[in-house]
Ligand binder design. Structure first.
Ligand code: HEM
Length: 530
């Protein structure tokens, strides 16, 4: 037998199809039947296994951010924050030593629609990063826009209900969207971004990212500062007008996933710089906004963006479901030296993520390789669906699955550095924060836009608002007028010109929504029933 022949045989052996029990499959084309024409018998184990696994191929998709794309890479720290050593502000190990690299997995996403919805829709974009640090995982779960629609977590389910399709028609309806926003004036700044070209990033590589919520950094003395995180793309930033987005959508509704995948396959690795804004850990009554209010930007001239490191994405996932779909990020996933602030959105989010992931992926979702830290995991938690290993330390007495014990069970770790112990007191209340000013920063943002961005913003708002109840229109005009005289005037004039076309539902960002059904009939071809 020639050498070539034997190595080919070996290759063939490696490609042998088996079932999940490791049994070779010798016939994958025919059911086992009584005679050639059937019936099939119940002993068709391989068929039953194949089909019943297929029947379970989908897990529930994310309740928000269902459509996404992911990539692997690394984060490299500068060891400094601006001109100062980073250790002055945080003892988090991943930041300390200049040049130190930490592996990351990133998932970008759109928010409102399902797993295969177009990537050209007007929507925030998710920007979630999992850092596999030497102290366990850190997740920075952010968006492309630096602020958010609401400032209290209790409003999130209502907000998402209003933004998602109508429960009866299953069509997204701009009247429901603006109904919620007009009565939640804190959303006006975010609406100003979302209805401008910033609401449709050209792709995932050319967009910014932001932690949005306020976090803390803690140093060795246990002293904390307030922190905002931002990702700045080295590729530059590119957004789309509604018209450009519609043109792309007509050709390709996977363009952002494809752009990311192709760039990495071609070795054109996307890169972002991580920057932070720092504030002392106080209420800052001198400011006209609360630093814990995620509907507000921290003005850059007062709180400069300070670089701390860079992230490069250089590897595509080997399997979409295993890595991207099953990945699970959460705001509670912090490492020593990073901490929570009292930001009410952050506090609410921190419950929601791991709760939904236990439902979506399963009780043992943290044992999956994409979610597991690359460090030792030793807990006394065990059992539940799909457990495939025990979280045991090498020297642990396996009989001792509780703590405390003197019989060789797991022991508590030593606290590194002083614990941050913020002092809190107050009455238990259900009240909003002071210093709300919902429109001032929206006006500043409007004035910073370039002319084409302002024009697109007004056109998009007019298109979607013109079909709404006039009470909703008037509330939105009042908010725009409060933000900026020109902004309000242009919106009022635009809406006055637009013909009110009844109360039919219109999908968000589809300015030709009313025309769509007729166009589809005109362009389609009649077909005979099959
Ligand atoms: C109270 C407010 C919020 C709640 C309750 C909430 C809840 C959720 C839930 C349940 C998921 C699905 C997670 C999964 O199935 O794995 C999710 C995903 C996500 N959320 Fe939030 N969210 C909130 C606000 C925000 C904000 C302000 C941001 C931006 C900073 C954000 C960014 C993301 C991202 C990027 C994802 C997708 C993560 C991934 O790629 O797997 N969320 N959120």
């Amino acid at each position: 037998m020639s050498k070539n022949h034997s190595s080919k045989e070996k290759d063939d052996q490696q490609n042998i199809l088996t079932n999940r029990q490791g049994h070779p499959i010798t016939n994958n084309q025919n059911l086992r039947t009584v005679g050639k024409r059937g019936p099939a018998v119940l002993e068709n184990y391989d068929f039953l296994e194949k089909m019943s696994h297929f029947d379970r191929e989908r897990v529930p998709e994310r309740v928000v951010h269902a459509r996404g794309a992911g990539a692997h890479g690394y984060f490299e720290t500068y060891g400094t924050v601006g001109d100062e050593p980073v250790s002055k502000y945080t003892r988090a190990k991943l930041f300390q030593e200049k040049g130190k690299q930490t592996p990351v997995f990133v998932r970008f996403s759109t928010v409102i629609h399902g797993g295969h919805s177009p990537e050209t829709l007007r929507d925030p974009r998710g920007f979630a990063v999992k850092f596999y640090t030497e102290d366990g995982n850190w997740d920075l779960v952010g968006n492309n826009i630096k602020i958010f629609f609401i400032r209290d977590a209790i409003k999130f389910p209502d907000m998402i209900h209003a933004f998602k399709p109508d429960p009866i028609t299953n069509i997204q309806d701009s009247e429901r969207f603006f109904d919620f926003c007009a009565s939640s004036p804190e959303s006006f700044h975010m609406v100003t971004f979302i209805y401008s070209p910033w609401g449709i990033p050209a792709n995932y590589r050319m967009m910014q990212g932001s932690g949005v919520n306020t976090y803390k950094w803690v140093n060795h003395e246990g002293k904390a500062v307030l922190i905002k995180y931002h990702w700045e793309p080295k590729q530059g930033i590119k957004n789309l007008t509604q018209k450009e987005a519609s043109e792309i959508q007509a050709e390709n509704f996977n363009h952002a996933t494809q752009d990311l995948y192709d760039a990495i396959e071609q070795g054109d690795y996307p890169e972002w710089e991580l920057l932070v804004q720092i504030m002392s850990d106080e209420e800052h009554t001198e400011l006209d906004f609360d630093p814990l209010d995620d509907t507000k930007l921290w003005p850059e001239d007062q709180f400069p963006w300070l670089p701390v490191g860079k992230m490069i994405l250089n590897r595509n996932p080997e399997d979409y479901f295993t890595e991207v779909e099953q990945s699970a990020f959460g705001t509670g996933v912090l490492v020593d030296g990073l901490d929570f602030s009292d930001d009410k959105m952050l506090q609410g989010r921190t419950f929601s993520y791991s709760d939904t992931q236990r439902h979506r992926v399963g009780a043992n979702y943290l044992q999956l390789p994409i979610n597991a830290p690359k460090t030792q995991v030793a807990t006394n938690q065990s059992g539940g669906q799909m457990q495939y290993k025990v979280d045991r330390a090498p020297g642990q007495n396996p009989h001792i699955n509780y703590e405390p014990s003197i019989l060789g069970g797991l022991a508590e770790a030593t606290q590194e550095g002083k614990e941050h112990q913020p002092y809190v007191e107050g009455n238990l209340v259900r009240e909003s924060i002071d210093r709300q000013d919902n429109t001032k920063q929206a006006g500043e943002t409007y004035r910073r836009f370039e002319q084409w961005e302002k024009d697109d913003l007004i056109a998009n708002l007019v298109a979607d608002l013109s079909n709404c109840d006039t009470r909703i229109q008037n509330k939105m005009i009042a908010l725009a007028e409060e933000a900026d005289e020109e902004y309000g005037r242009r919106l009022r004039e635009g809406l006055a010109q637009a013909t009110k076309k009844g109360s039919s539902q219109k999908p968000l960002g589809n300015r030709d929504g009313d025309k769509a059904p007729e166009q589809a009939v005109e362009k389609g071809h009649d077909a005979e029933p099959y």
